[in-house]
Design a protein around this ligand. Structure first.
Ligand code: GLN
Length: 535
């Protein structure tokens, strides 16, 4: 029988439910148990594609092109589970499906209601995500906080699961906060209340994961157990770590989380093999050198907007046995400054990430120019690559008006444009290129050195392309076009000539990097930055 673990959150949001769920997935995986991870987002948006990175953080893109919540990125980095559009469920999708069926007359005249029609559709989607017969455990993270109006149908569906598949095949993990109040005293009251709220809807949590600034002691665990009916040994202390989030599975394991889950659901699993994971954490902890990377983007203020990029840089650090210091620079601050060099005094490498819209573009172009002419390692991703092309066209090809039609529709030198705007391709539409596709790398390029292969598969999320009208001219003036789509119709990457490391890629390598398998582009970029730091 398949097992279903629901991870809910209490007290407040942003406690790290995604990392907690992913850490359990990691531990079960280390015991040879195939898992599927599901994220439920109780908002009405159908997917995260239209949501602002400012409000919601990064949009994570799966291989099959779903635009999802960034927690799927955590699942990808912590676990080996497969992720597709099936693994991301939103209220919008659930209602869309139920209403579609209602319009088709498939409810045969019955009144369509939240219970059972919406809850049935939620359960159908959860089961679908774990459909692969090899999957033993489905871990479902219910977004939001218990008590929110939005998450009620999902919690109701989770409660119904107990009857549908049996109590021994379901497990409820509740993540709560033990805040510290004046006098450094830890308080359990919010946790008691939040468990009560779960009980009210018929769910008795089996495991509590308690977030707190410091480890909670035995006495406190006793008290929480008394008020919540959760066994003392099933109360896990998730105290703040000042090393790396990748240590969290090890912290949970040391408190027996995986054993508790396996025992409660009467599962048969082998002993965990965490040796590779431990080595990776030790490599990080033992690194003494630091490489400083400057990120020049427009969504700098929110920590999560470039989540996968930040993590991938960190993985590149692990690959090179160095710690990473990230310096986040708002591209608009560069535009407004008279001395651009002041931003990059102590920076060993510059990364220009993806993005949409006009704001901050000027500062990014100034940054690319500064990195190219001062021979600073520079990595452009998606929008970042487009910026590198625009800068090259302006300053090397001498087209001062060079631009993307996204930012300047009437430009006289549209080096980046929609395919339909390029006269030799028609009828392509302004649709987004999304998901995994192949690129073919030219031998003799830096990119080939990095991937050691001419055929690679990476994920995309963009509308605009390097214009084929300017491709030859850019190449004649030295810009190296190092990869194309297999039909040679689109540019996938560029490199600066006579430069230690200036690489722009149209795709998003950050979605494939993990701490155990750092992406080769990030490893190479951090190595170049480390070398540059020793200048
Ligand atoms: N705005 C650019 C485009 O749509 C780049 C997108 C991105 O960086 N993800 O092509």
């Amino acid at each position: 029988m398949k097992k279903y673990v629901f991870v809910t959150g209490g007290v407040c949001s942003s406690l790290g439910k995604g990392v907690a769920a992913a850490s359990l997935g990691n531990l079960l995986g280390s015991r040879g148990c195939r898992i599927a991870m599901v994220k439920i987002d109780p908002y009405l948006n159908v997917d995260a594609g239209t949501m602002s990175p400012y409000q919601h953080g990064e949009v994570y893109v799966t291989e099959d092109g779903a635009e999802t919540d960034l927690d799927l990125g955590n699942y990808a980095r912590f676990t080996n589970s497969e992720l597709s559009r099936n693994n991301s469920i939103t209220t919008g999708q659930i209602y869309q499906e139920v209403i579609k069926r209602e319009r088709e007359g498939r409810y045969l005249g019955r009144t369509v209601q939240v219970i059972p029609h919406i809850t049935d559709e939620i359960k159908r989607r959860i089961i679908l995500a774990g459909n692969d017969p090899a999957v033993k455990v489905v871990i479902i993270e219910v977004g939001g906080t218990v008590g929110d109006i939005e998450s009620i149908p999902f919690l109701e569906a989770a409660r119904q699961f107990i009857n549908d598949v049996g109590r021994e095949n379901t497990l409820f993990i509740h993540l709560t906060l033990i805040p510290e109040v004046a006098g450094k005293e830890l308080k359990t009251k919010p946790t008691q209340h939040s468990v009560k709220e779960l009980l009210e809807i018929g769910i008795q949590p089996d495991v509590l994961i308690c977030r707190s600034p410091v480890k909670i002691n035995k006495e406190m665990i006793k008290k929480i157990a008394l008020f919540t009916n959760v066994k003392e040994d099933s109360i896990i202390s998730a105290y703040d770590v000042n090393t790396t989030i990748y240590e969290i599975p090890l912290i949970f394991h040391s408190q027996g989380l995986d054993t508790i889950v396996i025992d409660k659901m009467k599962m048969d699993c082998r002993n965990p093999d965490l040796s590779g994971w431990k080595r990776m954490v030790e490599t990080y902890n033992n690194s003494t050198e630091t490489v400083t990377i400057g990120i020049v983007g427009k969504y700098i203020n929110l920590n999560d907007s470039y989540k996968s990029v930040y993590e991938s840089i960190f993985h590149g650090g692990i690959a090179n046995k160095v710690k990473i210091k990230l310096v986040k620079i708002d591209a608009e601050d560069i535009e407004n400054s008279s001395d651009i060099s002041s931003f990059f005094k102590d920076i060993d490498g510059i990364l220009i990430p993806g993005g949409f819209g006009q704001r901050g573009i000027k500062g990014m172009i100034q940054t690319a120019s500064f990195a190219r002419t001062n021979r600073i390692p520079c990595f452009g991703i998606c929008l970042g690559m487009q910026i590198m092309v625009i800068e090259y066209a302006r300053n090397v090809l001498n087209y001062p008006d060079a631009d993307s039609t996204e930012f300047k529709p009437g430009t006289s030198a549209p080096v980046i444009s929609l395919l339909e705007e390029q006269i030799n391709v028609s009828n392509y539409g302004g649709t987004m290129r999304l998901g995994k596709s192949e690129s073919v790398i030219n031998k003799g390029t830096k990119l080939y050195d990095i991937y050691k292969s001419s055929s690679i598969f990476e994920r995309h999320r963009h509308r605009y392309e390097v214009s084929n009208l300017y491709r030859d001219e850019l190449a004649e003036e030295g810009l190296i076009i190092s990869a194309l789509t297999p039909d040679k119709s689109l540019v996938e990457s560029v490199e600066w000539p006579d430069h230690p490391w200036g690489v722009g890629v149209q795709f998003h390598p950050e979605f494939q990097s993990t701490p155990i398998n750092p992406h080769p582009l990030f490893s190479s970029f951090i190595k170049a930055s480390k070398d540059y730091g020793k200048r």
